[in-house]
Design a binder for this molecule. Structure first.
Ligand code: C5P
Length: 239
C-alpha cells in the first residue's frame, strides 16, 4: 500500500474550519488538488461529522481524525461506527489497549486504516514532563510506535523529524503520516516540530497532513498545488 500512493494521495488537507458552510467553501478551493480530506475535532463538533460519510460516498478519501481513547469497548464500537461511514483513515491515541481494541473491532483486512497518534507534534519534552511523562518525546514516540506495530496497527502519526528513525525501526510496511509540515519560511504557529513537505517525503514520510499552510493561505488552491509539487520533488529525491 505504501509504495503505490500518488503524490496527491500523499497530501491530506486538514479541514480545520468551523461549520459545514466554511468546510464546503474550502473544499471548493482545494478538493481537486488533494487526495485526502482530514476532518478533525473542530469541524466534526461543529456540524461537520456527517461530511465524513458524504465525502466518502462522493469518492473522496476521508481521514477521520477523531483521536479515539476510551475504555476498550467504547473504542471498539467507535472504530466500527467510523468504519461504517466509509472513512479511509481513523486516528486512535497510541495506547496499547486502545489500539488492540480498535484493531480487533475492525477484523482482518479492513478498508479503513487505523493510525496511532504517537505524541502530538505540538508537544515537546517540557510539555510531556508537565503532563507527567518522565521521558523525552523521541523516546516516547519510539515506545508507542513499537507498541503500535505489536498491535498490528497499519499506520502511525508522527513528526516528520522522526520518519527516518521510525522507518529504520519498523521496517517497510508501517504507514507514516506526518503533521507539523510547513513551507520554508512559513509560520510554525503552535507546532513545535516542523519540517518542509519535500524533506518530510524525502525522509520517508508517506502522507503529509497540512492545515494552516493551505487553508490559511491567501490562495489555498495554489498552496495545495505547491505542496503536491514538493511531494513530487521529495519522491524524486528518494530515488
Ligand atoms: O494547521 P496544521 O498544519 O498545523 O494542522 C495539523 C493538523 O494535524 C491539525 O488538524 C492537528 O489536529 C493534526 N495533528 C497534529 N499532530 C498530531 C496529530 C494530528 O498536528 N500528532
Amino acid at each position: 500500500m505504501r509504495g503505490n500512493l500518488s503524490a496527491k494521495d500523499r497530501l491530506a488537507v486538514a479541514l480545520d474550519v468551523t461549520g459545514r458552510d466554511a468546510a464546503m467553501r474550502m473544499l471548493d478551493l482545494v478538493s481537486d488538488e488533494v487526495g485526502v480530506i482530514k476532518i478533525g475535532h473542530r469541524l466534526a463538533y461543529s456540524g461537520g461529522f456527517g461530511l465524513i460519510e458524504e465525502l466518502a460516498k462522493a469518492g473522496k478519501q476521508v481521514f477521520a481524525d477523531l483521536k479515539l481513547l476510551d475504555i476498550d469497548q467504547t473504542v471498539a464500537e467507535g472504530a466500527r461506527s467510523v468504519a461504517a461511514t466509509g472513512a479511509a483513515y481513523l486516528t486512535v491515541h497510541a495506547y496499547p489497549k486502545a489500539m488492540h481494541a480498535a484493531v480487533e473491532a475492525l477484523g482482518a483486512d479492513p478498508t479503513m486504516r487505523l493510525l496511532g497518534v504517537t505524541v502530538l507534534t505540538s508537544m515537546d519534552d517540557e510539555d510531556l514532563q508537565e503532563a507527567g511523562y518522565a521521558v523525552p518525546a523521541d523516546q516516547l514516540v519510539m515506545t508507542r510506535a513499537l507498541q503500535a506495530q505489536q498491535a498490528s496497527m497499519p499506520g502511525l502519526i508522527c513528526s516528520a523529524l522522526e520518519a527516518s528513525s521510525l522507518r529504520a525501526a519498523l521496517g517497510p510496511n508501517m504507514l507514516l503520516v506526518t503533521p507539523g509540515i510547513r513551507f520554508a519560511g512559513g509560520e510554525a504557529g503552535d507546532q513545535k516540530r516542523v519540517v518542509t513537505p519535500q524533506k518530510a517525503i524525502a525522509d520517508g514520510a508517506d502522507i503529509l497532513v497540512m492545515g494552516r499552510p493551505i487553508t490559511a493561505a491567501d490562495d489555498p488552491r495554489a498552496a495545495a498545488r505547491r505542496a503536491v509539487e514538493e511531494i513530487e520533488a521529495g519522491l524524486a529525491e528518494r530515488g
